[in-house]
Design a protein around this ligand. Structure first.
Ligand code: PLP
Length: 369
């Protein structure tokens, strides 16, 4: 017989998943309702309303898609992009690269606007690409690039994109619940996110939001959405008053998201952002005080994900192995071109606490000794 599940205790301070809030775990043990039960439909409405507040939007089409953050990414691209469309993607890390792949699979002609990993995408570079490609349908960037720890400023970019009559799309997988997303204020036309980072729920849902311009683009499609599972024209009819069956909603995940959002709003969005900033900054200072160098310059650093350069002569894997074995503490290694060059430390949602910062710095100091 295999044993009953009993994993070792961990502190998940990598790029996600992060630790799930105990109240979210409790919500997940609630008995199932049917996916068309009137009580569940009420919970769905509540979840949508909470999600709008946390996304900071009035967008009616704000729902959690079934699947992880990448399902959110595909949802945005398959619904907005048709074969032959021109799409500009800002690529300054792994998730920008993934958007390029997804957009190409939708049949788009993709123009990459690149920046070194660890730097932002300059609005002037996007502007130049838009001038060279006046029929561009959509411009996409990653708001919180988890592969590097860069926070992409959105306001100026959004203005430039709209002057050129394109749609502005943002990856907000790591930003939601950690830094302000301000969908309406930033005039973001469509965004997607995930549950396993600053929302402190497990991986499994991908909240998405679409504004009036995005809805219009979907309404004007000439071709069928190439994915049946992610086709919003059908999924909307389950999440709105029609309640048409499309696929069986992952009931337990909806419970988890609803509780995660309730917890965030109990604390208050501004307090949640301030907490990430306070402890993220404390982590940055602590790492620098140890003589370590951060990848991203101060003004573009995320608080919830920090990339620190691995000092010369230090064995990346050995340090991470020791942190896990001695302290039950998980951090992330570098991805893509940063593999073996950085560690990625997450302070996301429930995990963004002074205790975790202190514990991590002490543990790292010990294993580096
Ligand atoms: N986008 C960003 C910025 C991410 O950090 C991630 C996951 O780490 C994704 C997209 C993909 O999400 P998932 O791994 O949940 O599919």
């Amino acid at each position: 017989m295999t044993n009953e599940l009993n994993p070792s205790k961990r502190l998940l301070m990598g790029p996600g998943p992060s630790d799930v809030h105990p109240r979210v775990l409790r919500a997940m043990t609630t008995p199932l309702l049917g996916h068309l039960d009137p009580e569940f439909l009420k919970l769905m409405n509540e979840t949508k309303d909470l999600l709008k507040v946390v996304f900071q939007t009035e967008n009616k089409l704000t729902i959690p898609m079934s699947g992880t953050g990448s399902a959110g990414m595909e949802t945005v691209f398959v619904n907005l992009v048709e074969p032959g469309d021109t799409v500009i993607v800002g690529v300054n890390g792994l998730f920008g690269q993934r958007m390029v792949d997804v957009a190409e699979r939708c049949g788009a002609t993709v123009i990459e606007v690149t920046a070194p990993w660890g730097e932002i995408i300059e609005p002037t570079a996007i502007e130049k690409a838009l001038k060279q490609n006046p029929s561009t349908k959509l411009v996409a960037v990653v708001h919180a690039e988890t592969s590097t720890g860069v926070m992409q400023p959105l306001k100026e970019l959004s203005k430039i994109v709209h002057v050129h009559n394109a749609l502005f799309v943002c990856d907000m997988v790591t930003s939601i619940g950690g830094i302000p997303t301000e969908i309406d204020d930033n005039d973001v036309d469509a965004a997607y996110s995930g549950t396993q980072k600053c929302l402190s729920a497990p991986p499994g849902l991908a909240p998405v939001t679409f504004n009036h311009r995005a809805l219009e683009a979907m309404a004007n499609r000439k071709t069928k959405v190439q994915s049946w599972y992610l086709d919003l024209s059908m999924i909307q009819n389950y999440w709105n008053d029609e309640r048409f069956y499309h696929h069986t909603a992952p009931i337990t995940m909806v419970y988890s998201l609803r509780e995660a959002l309730r917890i965030i709003l109990e604390e208050g969005l501004e307090n949640v952002y301030a907490r990430h900033k306070r402890f993220g900054t404390a982590l940055h200072s602590g790492l620098e005080a140890m003589g370590l160098e951060l990848l991203v310059k101060k003004e573009h650093r995320l608080y919830q994900l920090t990339s620190v350069l691995i000092p010369n002569g230090v064995n990346d894997l050995e340090v991470r192995k020791q942190l896990l074995a001695k302290y039950g503490l998980e951090i992330g290694g570098g991805l893509g071109e940063l593999k073996g060059k950085v560690w990625r430390i997450g302070l996301m949602g429930y995990n963004a606490t002074q205790t975790n910062v202190t514990q991590f710095l002490a543990a790292l100091e010990d294993v580096l000794r």
